[in-house]
Structure formats: C-alpha cells, structure tokens
Ligand binder design. Structure first.
Ligand SMILES: NC(=O)NCCC(=O)O
Length: 352
C-alpha cells in the first residue's frame, strides 16, 4: 500500500474567506482586489451537468471589453486545467500516466462542450513533480519525445476532434540528441498538427526544486505561436520571476501568455498573484497562471542540501490558477485544494 500523507487543513481560497462577509462587502472587496472588468459567465445546463458527472468544478468568467465600431470583435474562449495526482507516486509509470490522461481527456471533453478554443494543461502534467527526489528511476521514464511521443499523439486526436489548440507541458526526451531531457511545452493546433514547442528558459535550483539535476535552461528562445484563435506563448513556471522573459514574449507579439507551473510554499504564494498580473499590465497581453494542487508524497526521504531534515514531500501545491487581462483586471483564483477547470471568454478587436 502506498504511503499517503494526511493533508493539514488548507484554506480553500481567498474567495471562500470573503464569502463570510456581507454581499455588499464582498462586492467591494472583489472590485478592489480583482478590478471591475470581469463578470461570472453562466454556462449552459448541459455543460454543468457533464461537469458534475465528471466531478469537475468549473470557474468561468468573461472579460468585459468595449467592441470597436470599425474592427470586428474577436471572441477567444480559453481554459486552463489545475489537477492533482490521481494515484499515489508509487503507482507504476504507465498506470500513473494513463490515469492522468483519462482525467485530462474528461476535462478537454468538458471544455469542448463549453466551446473552448485554446486549452492549456499544467507544467509537467503527465507526472508527479519528482525533481525534489533527485532520483533517476523510475521518474525519467516519464520523459518522451515532444513531436511524436505518446502524450502528443494522444492530444493530437483530441485537438483535431474538438477544433481546439492544446498546450501540453511535458518532460521532453530528445531521442535524436542522446536522450537529453528538457522541460517543454508542446503546442498542438486545432487541426491536430504540432505547431512547435517551447523549452523552459529559466529553471529553479532552490529548496526542493532541483531541476538542474535533470535538465538545463532551454534553447528555443521566446517564440510566439500564431494559432487560428490568437498569438500565444508559454513562459514555463520559474520564468515567471524574470520580467525580461515576459517582455520578450510581448515584443514578439504574444496576445496571451500561459504560465504553467508547479508551486508550493509561503514565499511563492505571496508573489503568485503579483507577477503574472503585473506582466499582463506591463506588456499589454493576457496571462494565465496555472498551478497543480495537492501534496505529493514520495517513497524515499530526500534532502536538497539546504540544511533541512530529510523529508518525503515538497509541500502543498496551492493551485490558485487565474487569468489577468491587459488592463490588470483578473479573475478570482481557483481553489487551493480542488481540481478545477477555469474557462474564460475574452473579446478583442482583430487586426485586418
Ligand atoms: N517548477 C518550478 O519552476 N517551480 C518554481 C519554484 C520557485 O518559484 O522557486
């Protein structure tokens, strides 16, 4: 039987705390905290029933903008998925991946019913965040080729079927170049073709985030992918701390920058609501910060050379996925403990 850790009672979200206030105070707080240019988006009953059946919560919002008179408005419907591991970390690699795929397939089907056209998964979505262990086996077996690995092939079918762009952050094994490993996001277009990939270009070497044990900074630059629904870029997790990283995506024309992440810890949570939001306002694009949820417990104790006693988990991943618009308006954060699909509509004028 796999070892599990009894989670300490976590705060669910700031919104849950705010829900204890009067309605009037809640409205004022939300306006002050999040801005006034967003509103909850009601989804059709069929979508909500499907979500219930699949045991997904959904957060759905609309960013409000004034249509222009001359240029045609473009509606973009995007979604991000924050999930927890469906099995203990001791599950065999193939079983773990299959269980995670199943959950993602359900979420993508749900997003398709909600007419989503750009969908992003969380960082290293097919696996536990095992870098804390600094072990090789079995973890490196989760790595796979970006262009034609099993996860990409699996998502290509779903992208084609649902006319949906899917961003898939995986652990890449470059089989053509000596099996070198990278932290990579694969962009699959709505026809099921691989548009390209981005390799994480800033990586952490702090606390239990021992990523440089496995791979180095990416070599793909700050590419922007022109999809049918908008120009998108991916700034993977730690790149969030680097303002020039965000700037480069803006200079290269991004309209929406995803920040798929694995984040835990008090300090990290303090800056989580700040950095992607500032980036959106500073660079005039949308940002979407996605974090996993839950505490992952590993079979063997580990240390990270930081003087702390050996332990078996790297802390609680606090979810809190959210989206910010270029004017600084942001959505409330998703739960700190539950798996949720975040869906948003935004409108903006398209260039001729
Ligand atoms: N996955 C990842 O890059 N986490 C970053 C941790 C930090 O922000 O220090």
């Amino acid at each position: 039987m796999a070892e599990t850790k009894k989670e300490t009672k976590e705060v669910v979200s700031i919104d849950e705390i705010m829900s204890k206030l009067s309605l009037e105070d809640q409205t004022s707080m939300k306006k002050l905290l999040y801005g006034s240019n967003y509103e909850p988006l009601e989804l059709p009953e069929t979508v909500m029933n499907f979500a219930k059946k699949m045991q997904f919560e959904i957060g759905s919002y609309r960013i409000i903008s004034t249509p222009e008179q001359v240029r045609k408005a473009r509606v973009v419907r995007m979604a991000a998925l924050q999930t927890k591991l469906p099995l203990p970390t001791t599950a065999p690699v193939i079983e773990m991946r299959a269980a995670i795929w199943k959950r993602a397939e359900e979420a993508i089907e749900l997003a398709a019913k909600a007419k989503v056209n750009i969908f992003c998964l969380q960082e290293l979505w097919t696996m536990p965040y095992f870098f804390c262990t600094r072990e090789k086996q079995p973890w490196c077996e989760f790595a796979e080729p970006a262009e034609n690995g099993p996860t990409t092939k699996f998502l290509q079918v779903l992208a084609r079927k649902n006319n949906m762009v899917i961003v898939s952050p995986i652990l890449e094994r470059d089989e053509v170049h000596s099996d070198v490993i990278w932290n990579t996001a694969v962009v699959i277009d709505n026809h099921g073709d691989v548009l390209g990939k981005h390799r994480k270009n800033h990586i952490p070497r702090n606390e239990d985030f021992n990523e440089s044990t496995y791979y180095f900074e990416g070599n793909t630059g700050h590419e922007v992918f022109e999809t049918e629904f908008g120009k998108i870029a991916i700034n993977i997790c730690y790149g969030r701390h680097h303002v020039l990283n965000w700037l480069m995506y803006g200079l290269n024309g991004a309209e929406l920058v995803f920040n798929p992440s694995v984040e835990a810890g008090d300090f990290s949570e303090v800056i989580w609501p700040i950095e992607p939001r500032c980036a959106a306002a500073a660079n005039s694009y949308f940002t979407c910060a996605i974090n996993r949820v839950g505490t992952e417990v590993y079979p063997n104790e580990f240390t990270s050379g930081d003087g702390k006693p050996a332990h078996k988990d790297f802390g609680h991943c606090y979810g809190s996925t959210y989206i910010t618009a270029p004017d600084g308006t942001r959505t409330p954060a998703l739960s700190r403990v539950n798996e949720i699909l975040l869906k948003i509509h935004f409108y903006y004028a398209t260039a001729y």
